[in-house]
Design a protein around this ligand. Sequence first.
Ligand SMILES: [Zn+2]
Length: 196
Amino acid sequence: MPSGRVHNLINTAAYSLIAGSVLWGVRSGLLAITPAQAASFTVAYMAGTFLLSPDLDLSDRAVDSKRNWGFLGFLWVPYGLVFSHRGLSHTWIVGPLTRLIYMLLIVAALCGLVLLVYPQWQWPTLPALRARVPSVQVLGFKFLLPALLGYYVSQWLHLIADGVRPDHGLRRSQQKLQQVRQQLNKTKPKHRRKKA
Ligand SMILES: [Zn+2]
């Protein structure tokens, strides 16, 4: 299994390749990408590489991706305790989603804490934000899609380097199902043979 530093190196090298190819594609008129979309992809890719790596499932111990969060690293300890290493966290579709949902839960908990300490606090509504800052259009589909792509590509590169196959999740659930079946067979009362 590559170390956190090796994963970072692989992802950074791959980013250079992707950026180079996209730049070539844009220059030769094969691709049409706005600077905002490129920035959205890049930020999400870097966040996926350095802050939201699948190895956060080891954050109950010292791990590179947890260290990158600085003093906020402790927030990922429960994630490391809940997810086993290279388990669900290392699946291709659901794995990256678990970290996004976990992060949203942390943000929701922090918002709740702010409201608890300061109940008069009023959150700005999205229309009000949009009126004040036009760049909040970032929440639109055009920017969310490259961000999602950037995030997922960074995660998949990590999984490829780990040697994790895309059907990892499926094989894992099949194995679990088999274990449950075996357990059920063991606990099933054996039928008594009738005496002739
Ligand atoms: Zn890993």
